[in-house]
Design a protein. Structure first.
Length: 301
């Protein structure tokens, strides 16, 4: 009988989400969140599947290796990127093309983390028991229903209002209160966006269903790994050309929105933005490590 390893697809996806989400946190929140990943990831995993003691131990071991890699090799790059952004935001004006450079840089960070985690993800998934696969399936279906409720419920006008509210909340952290002109730009941006959510959710649902089907085949780890990786990774080429065109248009609209908001920002807003970027860069600089990360297992599910 093949050895049952640890956990599930969302284990390492959870780590990814949390690692990159810290880019949107600030001050003490960033230091706290990053320093507690050894607790947060197992806690997050608990919402998807029940692990036994051996599986939890394996999860902690793999997590320690990944956190050490990330801390040693990635945080300095994050800090450097933020310092470059700080220089750009010291200019009088910016344009969308300049901002896209930073977006592409962030996407490269994301791909680096994905590449580092995928080998572990394949090995861990290969060890799921049939009961765990069933539990995972139920959890994924529940999360999909929640996502549809969050993103697709309500009328078009209600979805527009929710989208504007989310964007204004994110912008407030960086710029503070928006002016009437800036709020108008956010409204116009939201109305100009083309719908992509339904296709995105359908692709996510298809990949999740295919992943569960693969896991239920009972194949060995080597056979499973070759099938698992493409199901864990979003693939733009797999989506319809019309959807990719809409995504590209929405991306351009969002970059232009951010450039316009900066160019319309007053002195206080620019001072706030520079201060937030400086504080975040300083946090990443101070957190870069040289010693291996210790995972205590304090957050064991």
């Amino acid at each position: 009988m093949r050895q049952r390893l640890s956990t599930m697809p969302k284990t390492l996806r959870a780590l990814l989400v949390i690692l990159l989400a810290v880019l949107l946190l600030g001050g003490c929140s960033l230091r706290f969140a990053y320093g507690k990943l050894d607790w947060l990831v197992p806690w997050y995993v608990r919402d998807f599947v029940t692990l036994d003691a051996g599986q939890r131990s394996d999860l902690y071991r793999r997590l320690a290796v990944q956190l050490t890699w990330h801390c040693r090799t990635q945080l300095a790059d994050y800090a450097a990127g933020l310092r470059d952004a700080q220089t750009l935001f010291s200019s009088d004006r910016v344009d969308a093309a300049q901002l896209e450079v930073f977006l592409r840089r962030g996407e490269a960070w994301w791909r680096a983390v994905l590449g580092a985690l995928m080998p572990d993800a394949g090995a861990l998934l290969a060890g799921l028991s049939p009961a765990q696969v069933d539990e995972l399936d139920v959890s994924l279906q529940r999360r999909m229903a929640d996502a549809r409720q969050d993103y697709l419920s309500g009328s078009e006008a209600e979805q527009h209002a929710a989208r504007v509210k989310r964007m204004q909340k994110r912008l407030h952290r960086w710029l503070g209160a928006l002016s009437p002109q800036q709020r108008g730009r956010v409204e116009a941006w939201s109305r100009a966006l083309l719908p992509t959510t339904e296709t995105w959710l359908l692709d996510r649902e298809r990949r999740q269903s295919a992943l569960v089907d693969v896991l239920r085949t009972g194949a060995d780890a080597a056979a499973l790994s070759s099938h698992i990786r493409p199901l864990l990774l979003p693939d733009e080429a797999r989506l319809p050309p019309a959807h990719r065109e809409r995504q590209a248009r929405n991306r351009a609209l969002t970059l232009q929105l951010l450039a316009d908001l900066f160019n319309e920002a007053d002195t206080g807003q620019r001072r706030r933005l520079l201060g937030e970027v400086d504080a975040l860069a300083s946090q990443f600089e101070s957190m870069a490590c040289t010693e291996p990360v210790r995972v205590s297992g304090a957050g064991s599910p």
